[in-house]
Write a protein that binds this ligand. Structure first.
Ligand SMILES: Cc1ncc(COP(=O)(O)O)c(C=O)c1O
Length: 362
């Protein structure tokens, strides 16, 4: 990214001078790199400021364009456990007159095909189901859902912000029609993401002002961020298989150690279809605020999403956890460089804090 902050400062939309042409060439190359890591065509990629904007553009942009075309507002299906970057634009569409069904997944956090089939209506035109959950890491049966939608001529959108770069993703051959990703989930820069679009999907822009990206997402492109995004995606792709295996073993070790010490611990989401670097647990019968306060100096963890502003997690509530249980939950994420020494240290500290709070409560 470095030279594009200073020496190569051209605007990729300025095609009348060399600086601009150089910037555009770098963006084109990055777009090609990203396209190849997703196995899509470069023109299927629309750069945005992140997955939040990409989800908004996909959902609001598609629903409004479709309603204009059909001259009526239809029905949309999603999950209660989606990220707010999906739930909030969909609830906005509801205010605009669209109908919305939010399915409660099973107690493992997975939506079953029968649930989806039951929710389909004659006027269902859009389904939005995330690839992997950001809090509990569970992975949905995306290809099966895509097939169910395709059979009914329903457009399928998936928020893949958490999955991209961590598990294999299929888009063009059997995947969703619209997919959103974000660079900072794969060690790329914050403030850049993308919407991946299948041909023939209509979209109404959310903003107007220029001809960049075919007018679908106008505005000067952040050249260094785009270059950083493509590089991060390439690096994530390179070590994905090995990293997934290593982190899965470490994650399972962490869970085993914690559970051995506290047999009443609850696992949130199933262990089988789950992102390898995610663990989310509930500690019953203790205060969530005390648990987090005691752990804060030692372990960086949360009880929910960074976008939830401290409220009890809607994901955990949807799985059937109580308010108290949801706040006494730990969302633990392992990183590319996490070691067994760190896992052991974290497990020891978490066990110690749980024991201390339980003793104080008795
Ligand atoms: C599943 C999911 N969707 C959307 C987002 C929002 O992404 P961004 O921060 O790139 O806007 C996040 C991350 O916070 C996420 O985990």
């Amino acid at each position: 990214m470095h030279p594009y902050w200073s020496q190569n400062w051209g605007n990729a939309a300025s095609q009348q001078h060399r600086e601009g042409i150089r910037a555009a060439a770098a963006v084109n190359l990055a777009r090609e790199q990203l396209a190849s890591s997703l196995d899509v065509k470069p023109k299927q990629i629309l750069f945005t400021s992140g997955a939040t904007e990409a989800n908004n553009l996909a959902l609001l942009g598609y629903a409004r364009a479709k309603a204009k075309l059909l001259k009526k507002k239809g029905h949309i299906i999603t999950l209660q456990t989606e990220h707010h970057a999906v739930l909030d634009p969909l609830r906005q569409l509801q205010k605009e007159g669209f109908e919305l069904t939010e399915i409660q997944p099973d107690s493992n956090g997975i939506v079953r095909p029968e649930q989806l089939i039951q929710a389909f209506r004659e006027d269902t035109f859009l389904v939005s189901i995330m690839t992997a959950n950001n809090e509990i890491g569970v992975i949905q049966e995306i290809n099966e859902i895509a097939e169910l939608c395709q059979e009914r001529n329903i457009t399928f959108h998936s928020d893949a912000a958490q999955a991209f770069g961590h598990i294999p993703i299929i888009f063009n051959s059997g995947g969703p029609d619209l997919m959103c990703i974000s660079a900072h989930k794969v060690y790329g820069p914050k403030g850049i993401g993308a919407l991946i679009i299948k041909p023939n999907i209509i979209l109404e822009p959310l903003q107007w002002g220029g001809k960049q990206q075919a007018g679908l997402r106008p505005g000067t492109l952040p050249v260094p961020l785009i270059i950083g995004f493509a590089k991060a995606a390439e690096l994530a792709q390179e070590d994905m298989t090995n990293r997934a295996k290593r982190l899965k073993d470490l994650r399972n070790e962490l869970w085993k150690t914690l559970k051995t010490n506290n047999s009443d611990l609850l696992l949130n989401g199933c262990l089988k279809n789950r992102l390898p670097h995610n663990l989310n647990i509930t500690v019953p019968n203790i205060s969530g605020s005390k648990l987090h306060r005691e752990l804060r100096p030692f372990v960086s963890c949360s009880s929910g999403s960074a976008c939830s502003s401290g409220e009890p997690s809607h994901v955990l509530l949807s799985l059937g956890r109580s308010f108290k249980e949801a706040s006494a939950s730990l969302r633990l994420s392992l990183g590319r460089d996490t070691t067994i020494t760190e896992i052991n240290a974290a497990a020891e500290k978490i066990n110690q804090v749980i024991n201390q709070l339980k003793t104080a409560a008795n």
